[in-house]
Design a protein around this ligand. Structure first.
Ligand code: PLP
Length: 412
């Protein structure tokens, strides 16, 4: 059946990627837990291995036999086809058993000793450790540049030799600083090495920020967060419009064995049709509460896109994002003691790291997610002693606001 190509993501995700006739007519996909697949003929087996080994190209519309579930399996295929609907411009996707597995595999597919990569900071702690603690000893140089500083990024891109990859994480966690993806892509195109631009799109994508449409070569996700949406699954995804890049990453995934397992693929599949619904509600909750907390006497500053005061940050937000999203940070007066008091007194939100779930979570980044940083780096990045980060869920926003105000008023 041909598929209209002009559908909106919310429709497309419900109507593509799954053929009930391949699952005995079941309206939902079956879970295929086989580790190995029976070939339709010895010739078909030979053909499947030739294609897998890169000795032959799959023909247009050609059905290739499945081989072995470390390489590929039906639930991964269904998920990878369906998730394309959510990232406009992407033509291929790969699913992994965590966000870190997705990031690691993408990097190891394209980097060699002697290469350099640039990454924006603050960046997810795991990504930073991967670059500094793992890739660096293998002879791959990592250059950290403050996200949101366009001049510093341009300078670093121009002056870094053997530059093969630029990783952008925007907005940055937990200070919500935004980096101009289009600007980074333009600078990358001027570099003789044509470095690959990878965007960690976990915080605002896929509903509110579309990295491929902004020009990135690769969009990366921790599916553990908004895509999964219920704090009950660990997974990762990469999406691209570059078929050669996709094949390189796929062959490394086959080698490393970090494909997402069939049951997890099936679960993640069930979450895709509601990601826009959930993220819209989470963003509305966050915006309503953030804007009301901004004047509270115990709060020195609220970090949220609709409360930005820097003209360049406002411009990037308006041009790059559809909505402000479900993450809010605020700096409390009274430092760590006040922040801890607040976390002790909240009753609806839970004190936990992670984000993107339907339940509201709150944490103190300086003593948890960012505790490995030096005091100097924390201070420079604006991650102060009084900073609290909230990931909004889908509860009623007035209940959340009342709970937060009550907790703020109880702070000693
Ligand atoms: C959580 C997260 C990751 C890592 O994902 P896992 O699924 O925990 O491996 C990477 N990047 C960002 C921005 C994240 O929030």
């Amino acid at each position: 059946m041909s598929h209209p190509s002009t559908l909106h993501p919310e429709t497309d995700v419900l109507t593509r990627g799954f053929d009930p006739s391949l699952s005995v007519g079941s309206a939902r996909p079956a879970v295929f837990r086989s580790s190995t697949y029976v070939f339709s003929s010895p010739e078909a087996a030979e053909r499947a291995f030739d294609i897998m080994g890169g000795r032959a190209q799959r023909g247009e519309g050609e059905n290739v036999d499945l081989v072995y579930s470390r390489f590929n399996h039906p639930n991964a295929q269904i998920l990878e086809d369906q998730i394309l609907a959510l990232e406009p411009g992407a033509t291929g996707a790969l699913v992994f058993n965590s966000g870190m597995a997705a990031i690691m595999t993408a990097l190891l597919a394209v980097l060699q000793p002697g290469d350099s990569l640039i990454y924006t900071v603050p960046i997810y702690g795991g990504t930073q450790t991967l670059v500094q603690g793992f890739l660096q000893p293998f002879g791959i140089k990592g250059v950290a540049v403050p996200g949101g500083n366009a001049h510093a990024l341009d300078d670093a891109i121009r002056s870094t030799p053997n530059l093969k990859v630029i990783i952008v994480e925007t907005p940055a966690n937990p200070t919500i600083v935004m980096t101009d993806v289009r600007g980074v892509c333009a600078a990358a195109k001027r570099h003789p090495e044509k470095p690959i631009v990878m965007v960690d799109n976990t915080f605002l994508g896929p509903a509110f920020q579309n990295a491929i449409a902004l020009g990135a070569d690769l969009a990366m996700y921790s599916a553990t967060k908004y895509l999964g949406g219920f704090s009950d699954i660990i997974g990762g995804v990469v999406l691209t419009k570059d078929a050669a890049l996709l094949n390189k990453i796929r062959s490394k995934r086959s080698l490393f064995g970090n494909i997402l397992q069939p049951d997890e693929c099936w679960i993640l599949n069930t979450r895709l049709p509601t990601v826009h619904l959930r993220m819209n509600r989470q963003s509305k909750n966050a915006q309503r509460v953030a804007e009301r907390l901004a004047g509270h006497p115990r709060i020195a500053k609220v970090y949220y896109p609709t409360l930005f005061d820097d003209a360049e940050q406002i411009r990037i937000y308006r041009e790059q994002c559809h909505h402000p999203g479900g993450l809010v940070s605020f700096a409390m007066r009274g430092g760590k003691a006040a922040a801890f008091d607040f976390l002790r007194h909240i009753q609806l939100a839970r004190n936990a790291v992670s984000l993107g779930g339907v339940e509201t979570l709150a944490c103190h980044p300086r003593s948890t997610t960012h505790s490995a940083w030096s005091a100097k780096d924390l201070d420079e990045a604006g991650i102060g002693e009084g900073l609290v980060r909230i990931s909004f869920g889908i509860e009623d926003w007035e209940d959340l606001l009342a709970d937060f105000v009550r907790a703020l008023d109880l702070v000693a």
